[in-house]
Design a protein around this ligand. Structure first.
Ligand code: NAD
Length: 351
C-alpha cells in the first residue's frame, strides 16, 4: 500500500487531503501536535478533527510530533519513505505572527526546511507539495489601480482582469512577519526543486475554506464569520469599508489539485491557488450570502483601521493551474461552500 505523509493533518487542508488520499487507496501518516490551540487558544483546538480522522479512516496513523523537532522529522521520513509529502502545518495567521515571531519563523520557515531536507535524504523522488500563501506578494497587490463598486473593490487595471498571476513580484513590499516566514519557505521549496531537481510545488493560497475549518478571528475568515453569524456574535470589520475582496476555494478542490500534482509532478513549480474571481466576495457580500442559509442578519462593528498590510482586493489568476492540469477546475461554488460551512458549524455548536 502506498503511503503519504501529511503535516498539519488535523487542520483544514491536512484533514481534507488525508480523507481524499485515503479514499484513493493510500495509507496516511499524519503529523500534528495541535499547535493551532497554542497559537489561538481553545477556539483553535483541532483535536476534534484528529479524532474524526482516527475514527473514520482505517489506514490513518497519527504522529504527535512538532515539525520543529528536526531529529524526529528526519527519522520519521527515513522510516516511512512515503511516496508523497503534503506539508500543510503552519502558523497560518498574518496578524498573530507579530506577537510570536520566533514560533512563527521556527514553524513556517525552519519546520519546512526540516521536512524538505528530510525528503531529500529519505525520499527525493516523492512529490513534495507545500502550502504557501498569497501573503508572499506582501501588500503589493494594493498598488494596483482599483475601482470602488457598490459592495466591493475591484481591479481597474485590465492587466489583472483575471486576477493575480504567479509572475507578480514578491519583493519590496510589506508582508507581515507571517508573509516573510512564508516567503522563506516558499523560496526554499522552489530551490530544492531547481537545485536538487526534486518534484516540488508551492501553492500560494487565497482563502482556503470549508466545513472542517476551525475558524478564529485571526485566521479562517469565512468559517469564523459563519460561526459569529450563527452564535449572534459581533464580527469586526477592519477598514476598507468592508468591501475588501477575497477569493475562496473549498478544501476539497485544494485536495483535488494536490492529487493532480502528485500524479503528474513538476519541479520547483509555483501556483496561485484560490477560488478565482468566480468565487470571490467582499465581507459585506459574505454577510448577505451567509444570511441566505442561516436566515440571520450579521451583527458587526466597523473598525476604521485596516489590518497592517491587508489586501484590499485579491483574487487568484487560475490560468497556470488550469493550463498545467487541464483536468482540474473549481467544482464547488462559493454558495455551496458557505452552505456546507453553515451546516458544519450548526452541528459543532450543537455538540
Ligand atoms: N486557510 C487559509 O485561508 C490559508 C490561506 C493561504 C494559505 N494557507 C496555508 O495552508 C496551510 C494550511 O492551512 P490551514 O488553514 O489548514 O491551517 P490550520 O491551522 O487549520 O492547520 C494547520 C495544522 O498544523 C498544525 N501545526 C501547526 N504547527 C505545527 C507544528 N509545529 N508541528 C506540527 N503541527 C503543527 C496545527 O495544529 C493545525 O492542525 C498553511 O500552510 C497555511 O499557511 C491557508
Amino acid at each position: 500500500m502506498k503511503t503519504v505523509l501529511i503535516t498539519g493533518s488535523s487542520g483544514l487542508i491536512g484533514s481534507e487531503v488525508a480523507s481524499y488520499f485515503h479514499g484513493r487507496g493510500f495509507a496516511i501518516h499524519g503529523i500534528d501536535n495541535n499547535q493551532r490551540a497554542v497559537f489561538f487558544g481553545a477556539q483553535g483546538d483541532t483535536r476534534w478533527s484528529q479524532q474524526r480522522l482516527e475514527k473514520t479512516l482505517k489506514n490513518f496513523q497519527h504522529h504527535e510530533l512538532d515539525i520543529r523537532d528536526r531529529k524526529k522529522v528526519l527519522d520519521l521520513v527515513k522510516e516511512l519513505r512515503p511516496s508523497g509529502i503534503i506539508h500543510t502545518a503552519a502558523q497560518p495567521s498574518h496578524d498573530r505572527a507579530a506577537d510570536i515571531p520566533f514560533d512563527d519563523f521556527d514553524t513556517n520557515a525552519v519546520g519546512t526546511l526540516n521536512l524538505i531536507e528530510a525528503a531529500r535524504q529519505g525520499c527525493p523522488e516523492a512529490p513534495f507539495i507545500h502550502m504557501s500563501t498569497n501573503k508572499v506578494y506582501g501588500d503589493r497587490p494594493n498598488t494596483i489601480l482599483l475601482k470602488e463598486l457598490e459592495s466591493r473593490w475591484d481591479y481597474a487595471d485590465p492587466a489583472y482582469a483575471n486576477g493575480i498571476p504567479e509572475t507578480f513580484s514578491i519583493d519590496q513590499s510589506k508582508h507581515s512577519l507571517f508573509g516573510a516566514s512564508k516567503v522563506a519557505s516558499d523560496i526554499m521549496v522552489q530551490e530544492y526543486g531547481r537545485y536538487f531537481n526534486m518534484p516540488t510545488c508551492c501553492l500560494r493560497g487565497g482563502c482556503l475554506t470549508g466545513p472542517n475549518h476551525t475558524g478564529v478571528e485571526l485566521h479562517g475568515f469565512l468559517s469564523y464569520l459563519v460561526k459569529c453569524n450563527l452564535e449572534g456574535r459581533e464580527y469586526r470589520i477592519f477598514g476598507y469599508k468592508g468591501k475588501q475582496v477575497r477569493d475562496n476555494i473549498h478544501s476539497e478542490d485544494v485536495a483535488r489539485f494536490i492529487h493532480a500534482f502528485f500524479l503528474n509532478p513538476r519541479s520547483g513549480e509555483v501556483y496561485n491557488l484560490g477560488g478565482g474571481k468566480q468565487n470571490s466576495c467582499s465581507i459585506l457580500e459574505a454577510f448577505a450570502l451567509v444570511k441566505e442559509f442561516s436566515g440571520r442578519d450579521q451583527v458587526y462593528t466597523y473598525v476604521d483601521e485596516n489590518r497592517i498590510g491587508d489586501h484590499i482586493c485579491y483574487y487568484s489568476d487560475l490560468s497556470k493551474m488550469k493550463g498545467h492540469y487541464p483536468g482540474w477546475d473549481i467544482t464547488k461554488s462559493l454558495k455551496q461552500t458557505i452552505e456546507e460551512i453553515v451546516l458544519s458549524w450548526r452541528n459543532r455548536i450543537r455538540n
